[in-house]
Each structure stands twice: as structure tokens, then as C-alpha cells.
Design a binder for this molecule. Structure first.
Ligand code: NOJ
Length: 479
């Protein structure tokens, strides 16, 4: 292949090497370059097994709680499921080549527990192990760093049948799973994340029932929270002891900076309660501060009912980095309908926020929120490094003449990245940034409607089309 052909083939793969004019202008207006973030800053994209893989019954995989939940009636707003979805399971090689062509260096993905251990524990499934071997090896061949997450919400259904996260045995199940993963991939993988957004999967899955497994109430929530906080530390300890030389270990948190709607005492207190729930619940036990019972007294029940002697100590672990995942800030105010726990008023529509400042998820675009959250999490004792392991936006996208013009997403990334850089300059040890997401994918209870990708996926044909935002990164990340 001569140079011209090589350029043409890469250009065909990535849409185009050259930015359309208006986009090039936006790029120049961003006011910062990749170099401003430093030579060792990690640039990546994030994905998750259930959201992209498909192949839900292939090669020995057992159902996860999400397979069951999505097949259940009325659980997914669009009535869809991710049985096939983006079909990454079969298309991983060309997808990773595309990622490489976009000039990213890090691929964050998650390991599917029910692929590796179809019974949750016990006999490992070699075909499942081999799938991630292929993904990891392809990354390494292309010069991409593989960054797996151990748990991005797809608990094996067989374990949910025994109580899932509400059963303290999950500590043993997860330990066994961690050991298998370390043994299988530790020779090639150096960067690890243990849990994805513990607040989200416990609260949505075991308190309000909007996500799998659809359980509700404090009697499910409190034990699920406690066992998750224990696993969060225990799995890190296992990885460190199994892979003492190589591992760069982290775990991730969802976060939303809280602002009181009014400066009156009762609203400030409501905002504080919400902050404790949204932001403090899992990071504080990890850094040795215990649960935020000062602000949320109902959490004392965990200590009274579900904790065993020594648990407060066991919930601590000194990760090499933490991942923070941010999309929007939240405005808190006391309301009369939900005065006990918290009150929330983040609805952007109610506040008459301009339409182009509201994403397809209904979330308000609030770039300074990421800077504030970075500062909030960096202030905890013992935080060594922070990686933004997810940030991005869903907007309605359309393919027009083979292109997807998504100026709102481009603007979103520019504005949030400017704030990440500002936080870095203000002393936050932020050392990486991963976009959510690489491909459009299954947005949980919302189905496929919200599109978060840098790459558009036609769910009928599975064709991939790089959006302008993907091309923006391709240009921005060019060496
Ligand atoms: C949080 C989750 O980790 C991810 O799975 C989800 O799709 C995005 N944020 C967007 O909601």
C-alpha cells in the first residue's frame, strides 16, 4: 500500500482526516491544546460490556441481571434489549482499529462476569476468557492501553437469585471473580478499575427499582450498599496482592456537584443531605471516614444491622487512583414531598434552561460542575490521582450524506475539557480523561434512544459513522 492509499484507507475508516470548516473553526476556538494537559495525560474512551457487546447467549455466557431485566415487560422505556446491540463481541477488531484511527490511547471496557463465570463462581468459561484475551491482545497490537473495569453492573443472574448484592456472600463471590481476572489478564493488563458507579447501581437497582434487578426499599438498599462498600476495598486488595508489581489500581464514582437553590438554611441543609448521598456515600468509607451518618442518620442502620466487627477497617483501601464520572451538577432544595431524605430540583426544564443547554437525557450542561467535583474529590485524604473515567453527552444525532454533525456535543467537550484543565492548573492531580462513549450504545432503562457516542451506530445495519465530535478528538489528539 502506498502512502496515498494508506491515507485513503484510514480516512475511509475514520470518516475523514480533514475537519469540515465550521468544525475546524470551533477547534481553534477551544483555546487549549492536548499539550496543555501534559505529556503523560491519558486520553481514552469508556464503554461497558452489556451496553456494547451483544452476543448475550454466545460461547457459554449465562444471563446477567440486565438480560433478565431488559427482557422483562416495561422495564426499558423503548421496549428494547441489548441482546445484539452494537455487536462489539464480533466487531471488536474493526472497532478498536477505528478507535486507534481517532488517535485515542486508552480503551476502557468492562469484563462480563457471566461470560467468565457462568455460574457466578466455580468453573471458568474458557471461551469467555478468550474473548477478552482477543480484545486485550488487539489493543496491545494497536498500541492502545486496555483498561478493564471488573464490574459495570452485569451481575450473573444466578447470583442475583441468591440475593445478589444484598447477600453478604457477594464478598466471597467477587473475591473469586477478582482472582480469576487477575490470573487470566494480569500478565498484560496494568490498569484496572474495580467498580463502576456504586452509587448508581445500588440506588437505581436496589432502592428505587429503575435498573436491574429492580428491587426496592431500604431493606434491600442498606445491605446492598454495605456489601458494595466492602467489595470496593476487598477486590482492590486482592488485585494488589496478586499483581504486586504491575497494577495501577482504581475504582470509579459518579459525582454531581450540589448547589442549594436558595441560600436559606433549610435549602442548604437539603443540598448537604443530597451531597452526602450522591457524592460521599462510597468514597468516604474507602478513605477511612466511614459512612456520612452525620448528615444522613438513616445510614446508622447499616452499622447496627448489617456490619460485622472489623468492617469499618475492611472498607478502607488506598487505590492508586480514583475515577470520577461527571455529567451535570445538581440543584438541591427542600421540598415538602420528600423532606426526609433529601430534595431535588435539578430539572433543567422547570428552570427554563435554554434547549441547547439540555441534553437528550434532560441533564443541564454545566461545565463548571466538573471542576467543582474534581476539587471536592481531590480534597479527601490520600487521593493520589484522579482520572475522569466518564464524561460526555447525549444529543439527537442524524446521518446526513454520510456525516453526523453534532456541534452541541463538540461544544460540550470543549467546555468541560476547559474546566478539567482549569482544575488541573488549580492543583487537582487529574491525569486522564475518558469520553463516554466510544460508540452509541444501550443506555440502560432508556434503551438505545440517547446517543452518547463519538461514533454513530446504525442499529439495523451495525454500520459505524464517525461523528464530527469523533473527528474533533482525532484532530485534537494528533501527535
Ligand atoms: C454512567 C454509566 O457508567 C454508563 O454506563 C452510562 O451509560 C453513562 N453514565 C451515561 O448515563
Amino acid at each position: 500500500m502506498n502512502r496515498r492509499q494508506a491515507i485513503q484507507s484510514t480516512a475511509a475508516l475514520a470518516g475523514s482526516f480533514f475537519l469540515p470548516k465550521p468544525l475546524a473553526k470551533l477547534f481553534l476556538e477551544a483555546g487549549f491544546t492536548k499539550q496543555d494537559f501534559g505529556p503523560n495525560f491519558k486520553w481514552g474512551v469508556a464503554t461497558a460490556s452489556y451496553q456494547i457487546e451483544g452476543a448475550w447467549q454466545e460461547d457459554g455466557k449465562s444471563p446477567s441481571v440486565w438480560d433478565t431485566f431488559a427482557h422483562g415487560k416495561k422495564n426499558i422505556k423503548t421496549g428494547e434489549n441489548a441482546d445484539v446491540g452494537c455487536d462489539f463481541y464480533h466487531r471488536y477488531a474493526s472497532d478498536l482499529e477505528l478507535l486507534k484511527a481517532l488517535n485515542f490511547k486508552v480503551f476502557r471496557f468492562s469484563l462480563g462476569w457471566p461470560r467468565l463465570l457462568p455460574q457466578g463462581t466455580g468453573k471458568a468459561n474458557q471461551k469467555g476468557i478468550d474473548f477478552y484475551n482477543r480484545v486485550i491482545d488487539k489493543c496491545l497490537e494497536l498500541g492502545l492501553e486496555p483498561w478493564p473495569t471488573l464490574y459495570h453492573w452485569d451481575l450473573p443472574q444466578v447470583l442475583e437469585d441468591k440475593g445478589g448484592w444484598t447477600n453478604r456472600d457477594v464478598l466471597n463471590w467477587f473475591s473469586e471473580y477478582t482472582q480469576l481476572v487477575a490470573k487470566s489478564y494480569g500478565d498484560r493488563v496494568q490498569n484496572w478499575m474495580v467498580l463502576n458507579e456504586p452509587f448508581a447501581f445500588t440506588t437505581l437497582g436496589y432502592m428505587v427499582g429503575w435498573h436491574a434487578p429492580g428491587k426496592k426499599g431500604l431493606r434491600n438498599y442498606l445491605p446492598a450498599v454495605h456489601h458494595t462498600a466492602l467489595v470496593q476495598a476487598e477486590s482492590g486488595r486482592i488485585l494488589r496482592s496478586e499483581l504486586p508489581k504491575t497494577a495501577n489500581l482504581g475504582t470509579t464514582f459518579s459525582c454531581s456537584f450540589l448547589e442549594p437553590k436558595f441560600n436559606a438554611e433549610k435549602h442548604v441543609r437539603a443540598a448537604k443531605r443530597m451531597d452526602a448521598l450522591l457524592n460521599r456515600l462510597f468514597v468516604e468509607p474507602l478513605v477511612g471516614m466511614g459512612y456520612p451518618t452525620d448528615t444522613l442518620p438513616f445510614l446508622r442502620k447499616i452499622e447496627e444491622k448489617y456490619a460485622q466487627p472489623g468492617d469499618m477497617e475492611r472498607m478502607k483501601f488506598d487505590y492508586d487512583f480514583i475515577g470520577i464520572q461527571n455529567y451535570f451538577r445538581v440543584i438541591g432544595k427542600r421540598s415538602f414531598t420528600t423532606p426526609v431524605l433529601w430534595a431535588n430540583e435539578h430539572s433543567a426544564k422547570k428552570r427554563h434552561v435554554p434547549a441547547d443547554q439540555i441534553t437528550d437525557m434532560g441533564w443541564e450542561v454545566t461545565p463548571d460542575g466538573i471542576r467543582q467535583s474534581l476539587k471536592q474529590f481531590a480534597a479527601y485524604p490520600g487521593i493520589k490521582k484522579i482520572i475522569v473515567t466518564e464524561n460526555g453527552a447525549a444529543f439527537p444525532d442524524m446521518v446526513e450524506n454520510g456525516a453526523v454533525h453534532d456541534p452541541l456535543r463538540v461544544k460540550f467537550y470543549e467546555d468541560y475539557l476547559a474546566k478539567v484543565l482549569q482544575a488541573k492548573r488549580e492543583g487537582v492531580p487529574v491525569e486522564g480523561y475518558f469520553c463516554w462513549s466510544f460508540l452509541d450504545n444501550f443506555e440502560w432503562a432508556e434503551g438505545f434512544r440517547p446517543r452518547f457516542g463519538l461514533v454513530y451506530v446504525d442499529y439495523e445495519t451495525k454500520e459505524r459513522v464517525v461523528k464530527d465530535s469523533g473527528k474533533w478528538f482525532q484532530e485534537f489528539l494528533k501527535d
